[in-house]
Structure formats: C-alpha cells, structure tokens
Design a protein. Structure first.
Length: 249
C-alpha cells in the first residue's frame, strides 16, 4: 500500500486511506478495534494496513461500522465469517446491513449527475471496487451497551442519522477525536470543495437529517476529525461542523 496511506492521529489511533474511502484502526497493546472496512476491492489494503501496524486480523476485537454502504461495509462479512469477529452497528442500521433494504445512491441517480466534474470517474472506480456488489451481513450486531464501548480506544457511538437512518460517528473523548464516517467529510472525488463539508446531496437518504446531525457533532469536544472521505482534519470539530452546515445552506 502507499507509504502515506496510514496517518497517525494520536497514540494508538490511525487513519488509513483506502482507494476512495478511509477506515480507522484503534489499538491498545495487542488488541485492535477496526472502524469501517472500505470497499470489497480494498480488502488486501485493509489487511495490509493491519499488518503494517503490527497486527494480524485475529487481533481485531470487533469491527464497528459507521453505516452500511458498500464502501464502508465491504469486508465486514468476510472478517466476521473468516475470523469470527463481531461486527457492531447502530440498531437502526442492522436491517440495512442485512440488506433487507438498500439506502444507497443508485446507478441511475449517479448517471443523472454524470455531467458534474468528478462524478463519472468516481462511479467507474466505485463499480470496479465493488460498489454494487452483494456485501450483505448474516449476523450484524447492535452495540452491546450504551456509552463508551469496552473495546480498544473506548469509542463512544453517537447516532447521527441522515446519510443513512442508522449512521453513527465514534467519539474518542480522551483523545479529542471524532471518527465521522460520512456524516462530515473533508473531501470527496465528486466534490470541488476542500475541507469540512457534507457529501453531495445525492448520497444522503435524508438531507435535512444530515444537516441536523451536524449539531450532534458540534457538541462533541474534539480537535481532530477522522472522516470517511478526505484527509485528516485538525481544528475544532465544532467549527468544522458549523462550516459544513453553512456550505450546505
């Protein structure tokens, strides 16, 4: 994988840039929490990132998913079935992960936006990487408790619906970090904007909900943002969320 693909955000917290989507590795000694898994086509990069940080897949205590889009859920079923790793999501996202329904932008919706800069190259990459593949989970699990989870990094799930109904960000209060998935990003191949922003409207199931959830992110004490797309962002996360709201109108 690229030399610059793994970025250390804090001790035991690494942001990994996949082909077009990020995931996060939290470590505590020999134990690991993995947050998101990239596209199905990112699997070798995902495993390589664990190896580069000194861990085998068997070291992963749990996988946490921000939301069940293919570019975040891609290898979750593989990790669950192959290594018996539990995969946790918000309760509202479980049926989505099981693909009882699909709350994801359709090929038709994307093609109607193909005239916009960056959309067509992104769409080709997404399809080649497994963006339309069957990645449904057979046994996703809800979070085992409220509050910080008893996992490496002690991540705190925060429900931020809008992008999907069960989208969650993960707060690391002691480290001052928010792992934001697609509720707040810092870039995307289909966006000409750089810095904190919402994804383009076509990606959100409920745009008004996505805007409202920025308020939940604003309330989290943090000065580092690890987004699902784009580079690591350093600065008050409350200001990043406010900027995204302003840009979204």
């Amino acid at each position: 994988m690229r030399e610059d693909a793994i970025v250390e955000a804090a001790a035991g917290v690494h942001l990994v840039h996949g082909s077009n989507t990020n995931w996060v590795v939290l470590t505590d000694g020999d134990a690991v929490t993995l947050i998101d898994t990239g596209y199905p086509g990112d699997r070798q990069e995902l495993l390589a990132s664990l190896e580069a940080l000194g861990h085998a897949p068997e070291a992963v205590s749990a996988v946490l998913i921000t939301h069940a889009h293919n570019d975040h859920l891609g290898s979750a079923e593989y990790l669950s079935a192959t290594y018996d790793i539990p995969v946790h999501l918000h309760e509202a996202e479980l049926p989505h992960a099981r693909r009882e329904f699909l709350q994801q932008v359709s090929v038709g919706q994307v093609m109607r936006q193909a005239w916009r800069p960056g959309v067509l190259p992104w769409a080709v990459h997404a399809i080649r990487s497994g963006g339309t593949a069957d990645v449904h989970m057979t046994r996703p699990e809800a979070f085992p408790k409220e509050g910080p989870l008893d996992l490496p990094g002690r991540p705190l799930p925060v429900h931020t619906p809008g992008h999907t109904a069960g989208h969650c960000v993960y707060h690391l209060p002691d480290a001052g970090i928010v792992i934001s998935g697609d509720a707040l990003v810092s870039g995307h191949p289909t966006s000409r904007v750089r810095g904190p922003q919402l994804l383009p409207t076509m990606f959100d199931a409920d745009r008004d909900g996505a805007r409202a959830s920025l308020g939940r992110i604003e309330s989290l004490a943090a000065d580092v943002l690890l987004p699902g797309h784009g580079p690591l962002y350093r600065g008050p996360v409350c200001e990043a969320a406010a900027r995204a709201r302003e840009l979204a109108g």
